[in-house]
Design a protein around this ligand. Structure first.
Ligand SMILES: *Cc1c(COP(=O)(O)O)cnc(C)c1O
Length: 467
């Protein structure tokens, strides 16, 4: 977020400790530093109280981000907060754990032995996508120059479905690339391949396939895209590579749907990113990107860090950050192994399918995603459903029971369609799901018995959708 002067609230500018202590006689300013320190106990309690009404994270069905880790993992991460992930010479063992994670993920994604894959941890998929995008842009520039293309004549472009996550828009703006959006259609609800080659030209740095469209959870057909590219690249002046944004699918599909071919098994897939804090089951702050071979990662983008003692190649936008998330990821890999991840995802999948059935059984909704792939449920009101309420009102009533569910319009040409989406995570067990199902039926009952006073801006707002 960006904040400024106008974000100072009009309420009291002071926090007032209420616990019997000297500090409770003093007001603590909210928007400037207090002159004097206060006791740790009071600081702790005051901040806990400030955060009190944020809702229970585990009742939040809007987020992909992990809301639970095992106590041992949390303890380990707490104990390693002071380690700096960039400082490979001070913390060589931590660096080794990152190295092992990269190799494990490359193996999960079938990086071919015949090529020299490279990868790194990041803060999340957003940073990973920036790196992936930059690598495509730099590589394109070099190749375009040697092919005699006037690289100043037009801006380079990146082709992607309009169901992209906002990080790609950021990439396009920050790095001055044209985002060529392929409109998502009601028919496919993913990257429309019917005339995809018409989006490519000599200025195309790459095409992004999304393994788990954020809006709906639907997968782009990356194998079909790869086949089209194999044909296109055979005659194109400049070949077009695929980057797979597997923020959510990258740590789910390999365990649950190995029959789907989407990764480095496809020749044109040059790089893949994922969020460790989604189905990698780590608390927020960790992502990964891997290139199938070092030829896809231009050397100019790799910096050698020597001032911390060693001489290490890095590629990152950030510099210093805690290594505890990397250690949390390694903990999960070691603790769960392949079958542990599979079992956890299987249970999450079963809950998603149960919830989708709960929604469908009411008869009011058209289901777009019934949790069969990613454990995501996504639906809209049936066009001919005879109800007087909207998905926003349903979200409001569910909120009365503590559930946070988002409602939002689809992007672009489909913006007339408002949908609701649940993201099921590992800590959302069947018992919790049954409690939710009961509240869901209760909410619909309640709405059916209500009369509505509508506000003007109720039409197509975005409620609770972040990523
Ligand atoms: C969540 C998501 C992102 C952004 O991931 P962060 O790890 O939160 O930065 C990017 N792309 C897709 C498809 C996503 O679902």
């Amino acid at each position: 977020m960006l904040y400024g002067k106008n974000d100072q609230s009009s309420q009291s500018p002071f926090l007032q400790p209420i616990f019997g202590s000297d500090a409770s006689k003093r007001d603590i300013p909210k928007y400037k530093l207090a002159t004097e320190p206060i006791e740790p106990r009071i600081a702790y309690q005051l901040i806990k109280d400030e955060l009190l009404d944020e809702g229970v994270a585990r009742q939040n069905l809007a987020t992909f981000c992990q809301t639970y880790m095992e106590p041992e993992a949390t303890q380990l991460m707490g104990e390693t907060l002071a380690k700096n992930a960039i400082d490979k010479s001070e913390y060589p063992r931590t660096a080794e754990l990152e190295n092992r994670c990269v190799n494990m993920i490359a193996d999960l994604w079938h990086a071919p032995d015949s090529e020299a894959y490279m990868g790194t941890s990041t803060v999340g998929s957003s940073e990973a996508c920036m790196l992936g995008g930059m690598a495509m842009k730099f590589r394109w520039r070099k190749r375009a120059k040697s092919a005699g293309i006037d690289i100043q004549a037009k801006r380079p472009n990146l082709v992607i479905s309009s169901g992209y996550q906002v990080c790609w828009e950021k990439f396009a703006v920050y790095f001055d690339v044209e985002l060529r959006e392929v409109p998502m259609t009601a028919h496919t609800m993913s990257l429309d391949l019917s005339d995809i080659t018409s989006y490519f030209d000599d200025y195309t740095i790459g095409v992004v396939g999304i393994l788990g469209i954020t809006y709906t959870g639907v997968y782009d057909d990356i194998a079909a895209l790869d086949a089209i590219l194999t044909q296109y690249n055979a005659t194109a002046k400049l070949s077009v590579p695929i980057h797979v944004d597997a923020a959510s699918g990258g740590m789910y599909t390999p365990f649950m749907e190995p029959e789907i071919i989407w990764d480095f098994q496809l020749k044109n897939v040059a790089s893949i990113n994922t969020s460790g804090h989604k189905y990698g089951l780590v608390y927020p702050g960790i992502g990964w990107i891997i290139w199938r071979d070092k030829t896809y990662l231009p050397e100019e983008l790799i910096f050698s860090v020597s001032y911390l003692g060693g001489d290490m190649p890095t590629m990152a936008i950030n510099f210093s950050r805690s290594a505890s998330q990397i250690i949390g990821q390694f903990y999960n890999f070691m603790r769960f192994g392949f079958n542990g991840y599979k079992e956890i995802h299987q249970r999450t999948h079963d809950v998603a399918v149960f919830l989708a059935k709960t929604v469908a059984d009411t008869g009011y909704f058209t289901i777009y995603n019934a949790g069969e792939h990613l454990p995501i449920i996504c639906y809209k009101l049936k066009d001919d459903a005879a109800q007087d309420w909207t998905l926003y009102e349903l979200a409001d009533v569910l909120q009365m029971k503590g559930w946070q569910v988002p409602a939002y319009p689809l992007p672009n040409k489909l913006s007339d369609t408002v949908i609701q989406r649940y993201v099921v995570r590992a800590d959302f067990g069947m018992n919790v799901a049954e409690a939710f199902a009961e509240d869901f039926r209760w909410a619909i009952d309640k709405l059916n018995q209500s009369r509505f006073l509508r506000q003007k801006d109720d039409e197509k707002r975005v409620q609770g959708f972040t990523h």
